[in-house]
Design a protein. Structure first.
Length: 231
């Protein structure tokens, strides 16, 4: 996207490009129809903090990645810039937006209720299924002698508690799977190597540094996949 005055209300005047290409015009048209604003081209920064992609030879720079937001919420974004040294394992730079948002908290929804989850798979076992049926039948038989005509809420609470108690005694509670940790110090070493290789590539975009960065990225990705596969 460029700096045409006709698009100024949508994209501002801080783009790194002077003229909009076909994709830029299509993006502006999309923003206009959806009542959006492009905030990544509205904040003044040095060009190195606006570029989001650089060619491997370091000769071509582009601002390809953008932050869009509804016009009525534009004031919520305080700044947008790219960070070249962030290790994202990508040929694009990390684009970061600084936000300020005012959130209204509903006191009722803020309360957290820890709900019990029963192991319903055990109902597929004939012995457990029969045990649950007997348990809940006996509990409901005991409720027949009680008089809940005057209080429907009390009747429902008793029914609910009997169902839950029967399920807990017959089925048990669902055991949540504990995920094993796979990210260890060896993975940290690979991240440090990848970050160092990227820093060398940013400082000197020679062919040897490009090849070294690609090799380090490939080795790190292969190691991470292997670690996740064996947990």
């Amino acid at each position: 996207m460029g700096k045409e005055n006709i698009f100024k209300t949508t994209i501002g005047n801080e783009s790194t490009h002077q003229d909009s290409n076909n994709n830029g015009v299509r993006l502006v048209n999309f923003d206009t129809t959806k009542n959006l604003g492009v905030k990544s081209t509205m904040f003044p920064h040095r060009n190195i903090h606006k570029y989001t992609w650089t060619s491997p030879d370091g000769n071509t720079h582009n601002q390809l990645d953008h932050v869009l937001i509804e016009r009525r919420r534009q004031s919520s974004i305080l700044d947008v810039r790219s960070f070249r040294v962030a290790d994202c394992d990508s040929d694009h730079y990390l684009v970061v937006a600084k936000l300020r948002e005012r959130l209204a908290v509903n006191k009722k929804s803020a309360k957290k209720f820890e709900r019990e989850r029963f192991n319903l798979r055990k109902l597929n076992e004939l012995e457990v299924k029969e045990k649950y049926q007997i348990e809940i039948t006996n509990r409901f038989a005991a409720l027949e002698n009680l008089d809940f005509d005057e209080d429907v809420n009390m009747a429902w609470e008793n029914i609910k508690e009997n169902i839950k108690t029967s399920a807990k005694e017959s089925l048990g509670l669902h055991e949540w799977k504990q995920h094993k940790l796979w990210f260890d110090t060896e993975c940290l070493d690979f991240l440090d190597q990848r970050k160092l290789a990227k820093m060398r590539w940013i400082q000197d975009r020679s062919r040897s540094n490009v090849d070294n960065l690609n090799n380090v990225r490939r080795d790190a990705s292969r190691h991470f996949r292997k670690k996740r596969r064996h947990i």
